[in-house]
Ligand binder design. Structure first.
Ligand code: FPP
Length: 239
């Protein structure tokens, strides 16, 4: 039997939601859900490599998440340090380039060092880019892009030139400037909003929402999202 012809997205991004609820359903602490969530990231990373997806990005921690209880934040940061250390050999083995995007100023030195080491070590890998959005928000990204644009044009502005910023200028200054915009955005756990994620970059992204909680989102669920994507007709505003 011939396999259904599928249209594989180049960049899939995920708002991983529902770890806390998953843990609560089992009478456990929220961190238990985050730990299981890391397993889903691993499963989805392997699946993305198998499928030939070139970019998989995940929203791991938003700027707003800094308002969570200190113990949960601390636990999540420890979990990330551990996950990066544990997964680095696999990244090397299956050709994954690991990257982290966000406002690093609020991260611990230990986590920053861990991130830097893993990014450097894996930077030549070409099968898949796994991008973790950490301490990130869409409004932060757009604002810092505008500030960078004006900083790099300061002299012209000071000289009285009427400097206008184009959409291309803004895109070129975003933290994602060398990453194609997402083709598919998946959000788990039944929530249907963008939550200050990649606001600019998702202008033409297809959204896929599922009730499944993130710790239960593994290869089979990922395949369902890909199936839904390949049935969509993308027109980018044209007819
Ligand atoms: C959302 O569930 C999940 C998070 C805010 C954290 C997700 C982070 C990870 C799974 C760690 C990833 C680490 C690496 C290195 C990839 P929630 O806590 O908002 O759940 P709830 O909505 O049920 O409360």
């Amino acid at each position: 039997m011939q396999e259904m012809k599928t249209n594989i997205p180049q960049h899939v991004t995920v708002i991983m939601d529902g770890n806390g609820r998953w843990a609560k359903q089992r009478g456990q602490e929220r961190l238990f859900g985050h730990k299981e969530g890391v397993e889903s990231v691993r499963a989805c990373t392997e699946f993305a490599v198998e499928k030939g997806i070139k970019y998989l990005s995940v929203f791991a921690f938003s700027e707003e998440n800094w308002d969570r209880p200190v113990a949960e934040i601390e636990g999540l940061m420890q979990l990330m340090i551990k996950a990066i250390t544990m997964e680095t050999p696999t990244f090397q083995k299956i050709g994954v380039r690991f990257r982290v995007i966000g406002d690093f100023s609020r991260l611990s030195q230990k986590l920053r060092d861990e991130i830097d080491d893993c990014m450097k070590l894996t930077q030549e890998n070409t099968n898949l880019q796994l991008i973790i959005f950490l301490s990130y928000s869409g409004k932060w990204d757009i604002t810092q892009a505008a500030n960078r644009f004006y900083a790099s044009n300061k002299e012209r502005i000071m000289a009285g030139e009427d400097v206008q910023m184009s959409a291309e200028d803004l895109s070129a200054n975003l933290s994602t400037s060398d990453i194609p915009d997402p083709d598919l955005l998946i959000r788990t756990s039944g929530e249907q909003r963008i939550s200050n994620y990649m606001l600019w970059q998702t202008a033409y992204t297809e959204y896929y929402f599922t009730q499944v909680l993130w710790p239960d989102f593994r290869k089979e669920e990922f395949q369902l999202a890909l199936d839904a994507f390949s049935k969509r007709e993308r027109r980018f505003g044209k007819v």
